[in-house]
Design a protein around this ligand. Structure first.
Ligand SMILES: [Zn+2]
Length: 208
């Protein structure tokens, strides 16, 4: 049931009529497609727990981790990589990028990428998730120059804030689903709803 698909993601963009030029538009997946992209932000705690839960369910996820979290929890993050999950860029130390100058924005993205290269031997490009969903045309332009696209979300589960398993499960739908490595009831939500969605014909894709 694991579908690693870059093509379908970009097909989804095209069918929404959005520009796919890097960095200019936010990227959305097409919600009419029966593909669900499970994403997990941050990485300061819980990365391997979430990665193992996904693997046990036979699906893969995209982990938007900070460079700091990659450095501080190298073994745990490596475990997620070894299970086949994708690592993507969530800046170095989780600032609000809209409050930074261009050099600082670039440095935040590049330091996260450098950590992934050095610690894990993988690249985070071309996927950026701006902390707090905070980006703008300027930030997207800087990201684009570095080869990154700011990925927005279709479904924000609020799992980081302690949302219940049923609340989170109800937001796991077609498109990009935002969850967090530290989400307390996230695994319970995944365990309850992913088998049902698979049975209903949904696919689970990894952003690429
Ligand atoms: Zn975050």
């Amino acid at each position: 049931m694991l579908i690693v698909s870059r093509r379908r993601f970009f097909t989804g963009l095209g069918s929404l009529g959005l520009s796919v030029s890097l960095g200019v538009s936010r990227a959305f997946a097409d919600q009419d497609d029966n593909t669900i992209y499970l994403t997990f932000d941050d990485g300061y705690v819980g990365t391997l727990e979430k990665a193992r839960a996904l693997s046990a369910l036979g699906v893969a996820g995209t982990f938007f981790l900070t460079g700091q979290a990659i450095e501080w929890h190298a073994r745990e993050v490596q475990g997620a990589v070894d299970l086949g999950h994708r690592i993507a860029n969530h800046t170095y130390d989780h600032p609000n990028l809209t409050r930074l100058g261009g050099d600082q924005v670039a440095r935040e993205i590049q330091r996260c990428e450098d950590a992934a290269n050095r610690v894990l031997g993988v690249s985070t490009a071309p996927l950026l998730h701006a902390p707090y969903f905070a980006d703008n045309a300027f930030v997207r332009g800087v990201a684009g120059q570095l080869g990154y696209t700011s990925i927005h979300t279709n479904w924000d589960t609020n799992d980081w804030a302690g949302a219940s398993a049923s609340y989170v499960a109800n937001r796991i739908r077609s498109g990009v689903v935002t969850m967090h490595t530290q989400g307390r009831f996230t695994v319970a939500a995944l365990n309850s709803v992913v088998p049902q969605l698979v049975a209903q014909g949904y696919s689970f894709g990894v952003l690429g």
